[in-house]
Design a binder for this molecule. Structure first.
Ligand code: SAM
Ligand code: DTB
Ligand code: SF4
Length: 340
């Protein structure tokens, strides 16, 4: 069987849709084997980064993302909450650190960041999270280059801004912004020197071609993401996608394995949807190269497995959580076991 690497005509980091599509067409366990091989080639050992999410501003979002319970366009039971106080946020970050998280991700249900007191407050949160020795990630909607630069100055480790699906499928899920606008923010983030966390969702009714196209688009960005979250749709009540059938766990394994082959060094995060996955399905996701999960009872607004069940799962699988780097209380970074 030819190695998928040989099908890359553009040199390192460049992929054709045909080559990505071929990954998706491989027998599942062949693909998982390849992903596991790629992982081990680039990482000295498999460690799982535990990240904790906090919705620092919840609901009443002007965007109409079909999957999202925080959109003001949907009749969802999520209760809107204005921007939290940095003190409360840092309390939650401290708890997450105590429970073993090394990355704290703050989400705000905004279309875009507006300069002013709220943004200043977010900058304060970022500085505080970094001072705790945690990686700080934010997802706040669209950003200008100047806002990205200010976040960088505050110490932001990464910015989450998902492309979610292929450009073709995007319009059937979201009508209040364009794919182009999404790409523009990713460019602003890259120009400010912030690592991009960018991935997508499966289970919204997209085709395998759409999934392959998303990963291909990500792999061919000028600054490919260093973190690729793969979400399985949480069919939230009141959203237009409420009635979607649960994602087939093997489809999720395939998506993760393909992402791992395309992004050998990135963190591939098994993100939303774990509550519907058996421990065995999650084990296959780790086998396929997932090396991060979101921990804590809640994602942003929807439930997530408990700390206890996650701890037990990692122990059963013999997987070690990624440790903060020695001295991270000041440096704020984590020890990633990458090979040279
Ligand atoms: N407003 C910001 C934005 O859109 O970038 C940040 C928050 S948004 C909740 C972050 C990501 O969570 C989305 O891009 C989407 O990929 C994921 N997400 C949101 N709702 C989801 C759901 N019901 N199921 C799975 N993933 C979801
Ligand atoms: C990402 O890709 N998944 C996380 C994180 N980035 C911000 C968010 C998942 C949200 C799931 C729906 C909710 O809890 O509201
Ligand atoms: Fe708003 Fe983000 Fe939810 Fe879209 S995904 S409705 S932008 S919070």
């Amino acid at each position: 069987m030819s190695s998928p690497a040989s099908a890359k005509p553009f040199g390192p980091g460049r992929w054709t849709l045909k080559a990505v599509r071929e990954l998706f067409d491989r027998p599942l366990l062949d693909l998982v084997f390849e992903a596991a091989r790629v992982y081990r080639e680039h990482h000295a050992r498999q460690e799982v980064q535990l990240c904790t999410l906090l919705s620092v501003k919840t609901g009443a979002c002007p965007e109409d993302c079909g999957y999202c319970p925080q959109s003001a366009h949907h009749d969802s039971p999520v209760k809107p909450q204005k921007l939290m106080e940095p003190r409360e946020v840092l309390e939650r970050a401290r708890e997450a650190r105590e429970a073993g998280s090394t990355r704290f991700c703050m989400g705000a249900a905004w279309r875009e960041v507006k300069d002013g007191p709220d943004f200043e407050r977010v900058l304060e949160m970022v500085r505080g999270v970094r001072a705790l020795g945690l990686e700080a990630c934010c997802t706040l909607g669209m950003l200008t280059e100047e806002q990205a630069r200010r976040l960088k100055e505050a110490g932001l480790s990464a910015y989450n801004h998902n492309l979610d699906s292929s450009e073709d499928f995007y319009g059937s899920i979201i009508s209040t912004r364009t794919y182009e606008e999404r790409l523009q923010t990713l460019q602003n983030v890259a120009r400010a020197g912030i690592a991009a966390c960018c991935g997508g969702i499966i289970g919204m009714g997209e085709s395998v071609e759409d999934r392959a196209t998303l990963l291909c688009t990500l792999a061919n960005l000028d600054s490919p993401p260093e973190s690729v979250p793969i979400n399985a749709l949480v069919a939230a009540p009141g959203t237009p996608l409420e009635g979607k059938p649960p994602v087939d766990p093997f489809e999720l394994v395939r998506m993760i394995a393909a992402a791992r082959v395309l992004f050998p060094r990135a963190k591939v995060r098994l993100s939303a949807g774990r509550l519907s996955l058996s421990p065995e399905a999650q084990a296959l996701c780790f086998m396929a190269g997932a090396d991060s999960i979101f921990t804590g009872e809640k994602l942003l607004t929807t439930p997530n497995p408990s700390w206890e069940s996650d701890r037990a799962l990692l122990k059963t699988l013999g997987l070690t959580p990624l440790e903060p780097e020695a001295g991270a209380a000041t440096a704020g970074s984590c020890r990633h076991a990458l090979k040279d």
